[in-house]
Design a protein around this ligand. Structure first.
Ligand SMILES: Cc1ncc(COP(=O)(O)O)c(C=O)c1O
Length: 412
């Protein structure tokens, strides 16, 4: 059979839902200015789906900088990879500034967080090294490890005892191979909102020799007294050897960075294949990122507002008896029980009758019978948005427990 024929038959575990979900539950089109309210399916919805944590996406100064960057440089400049012909003073200036922000010596820009993480992992370990990683690691970490030909050991999510057990195994292997150990975890886990146990993992450095790589995609800009991330929040930024952040979330842009010592960054500049063999991040992205970083550093009020909304939402949901797990970040999951047809009917009710838009997570991403409604508070939400959402959630929970979503026919 031809590959193209095979692909028509099986769309994969997510694609299996495409026949009823495409364009509505998956690949929905949110339109209009990025804010707390956007257009979906022709009417305005209160949106809780965007990682626009600090509200920078549509900030007037950010929009101005993005326009200026595009006007001054166009999207083409610089041409080529950084190493060959695509380096600029502005790229280097940004790297120095972001390194300073996250309290590291130096940094290296990446075109995408996802590809960057894959490439960081690929470049820093060899066949003799062992990777020890959290079981709920993001796909970019998993895919980076797919390129690793040495051993890797997974520890149960945030389970430090198990992490230690895997470190013991790693030590035994590296004694034989002469390799080293890389531990990878996340600052904030984007699905459940719980922070990685960076402090406890850092403490293991007293007993074991390893390098710590942290994906802080959801932490940068949000966590810590200055927004420098989850390492700052937990007082262990110095123990993070390689600190990774993306511009896809609180920066409300695109691209990412990795920060570390001067030596490590120099190594990455000459070994990270996603950057060596790909065109540099376009200048308007860098120009815009500089403005975003400036706002992040000089306007703590955006972070304060984000946390005000986060606390109001999470406290309100808890007081109303909702299970929001053990989140300790802005990411707010609401755990409910129900089948996939019930979940789709519930989300459709939320969107069509209550004008609330949030993301839904069901099997196979999480166990069968569980529904997660994932809410992302931002600095552009209001306390009124929070109140309305909690009232609506009470209604949909009542409907769900009364079996009302059972009667709705879906084609699943
Ligand atoms: C934890 C985590 N790491 C990495 C990424 C990938 O970043 P990017 O969107 O910049 O490719 C994401 C998602 O955006 C993420 O949630």
């Amino acid at each position: 059979m031809k590959i193209t024929e095979k692909l028509k038959k099986k769309l994969g575990p997510l694609g299996d839902h495409a026949h009823y979900a495409h364009g509505y539950y998956m690949y929905p089109r949110l339109e209009g200015e990025i804010s707390n309210k956007m257009m979906f399916n022709g009417s305005e919805k209160l949106v809780w789906s965007l990682n626009n944590y600090l509200g920078l996406a549509n900030h007037s100064e950010v929009r101005k900088a993005d326009e200026e960057g595009a006007r001054k440089y166009g999207l083409a400049y610089p041409m080529g990879a950084r190493m060959m012909s695509g380096n600029t003073k502005l790229h280097e200036e940004f790297e120095a500034k972001i390194a300073d922000y996250v309290q590291k010596e130096d940094a290296f820009l990446m075109n995408y967080g996802y590809q960057g993480m894959v490439s960081i992992i690929d470049s820093i370990v060899d066949r003799h090294d062992v990777i020890v990683y959290d079981s709920e690691s993001h796909a970019c970490i998993i895919d980076g490890m797919r390129l690793h030909i040495g051993k890797r050991f997974v520890f149960r999510h945030n389970d430090i005892e198990d992490c230690q057990k895997q470190l013991e195994r790693a030590v035994r292997i590296t004694k034989e191979t002469g390799g080293a150990i890389l531990v990878i975890t996340e600052g904030v886990f984007g699905m459940r909102g719980d922070q990685g146990k960076l402090k406890e993992i850092a403490a293991l450095k007293k007993q074991y020799e390893f390098t710590l790589l942290v994906d802080d995609a959801h932490g940068i800009g949000c966590m810590g007294p200055t927004g420098a991330g989850t390492g700052e929040e937990q007082g262990v930024q110095n123990d993070i050897d390689l600190y990774f952040g993306t511009f896809a979330k609180s920066f409300a842009g695109i691209g990412g960075f990795v920060a570390s010592t001067k030596e490590v960054i120099m190594f990455l500049k000459y070994n990270m294949r996603s950057q060596i063999y790909a065109k540099a991040l376009p200048m308007p992205m860098v120009y815009g990122a500089l403005k975003r970083l400036e706002l992040m550093r000089t306007k703590p009020e955006y972070r304060q507002k984000l946390w005000q909304i986060t606390h109001a939402l999470q406290n309100g949901l808890r007081e109303a008896g909702f299970d929001i797990g053990n989140t300790n970040s802005p990411v707010t999951p609401v755990y409910l029980n129900g089948s996939i047809p019930e979940a789709t009917a519930l989300v459709s009710d939320l969107r069509e009758n209550h004008n609330v838009f949030c993301s839904m997570v069901v099997y196979p991403v999480i166990p069968k019978g569980m529904i997660i409604l994932r809410l992302i508070p931002t600095a552009v939400h209001t306390l009124e948005d929070v109140e309305r959402t909690i009232s609506v959630f009470k209604i949909i929970r009542k409907n769900l427990t009364e079996g009302k979503y059972n009667t709705v026919q879906t084609s699943n």
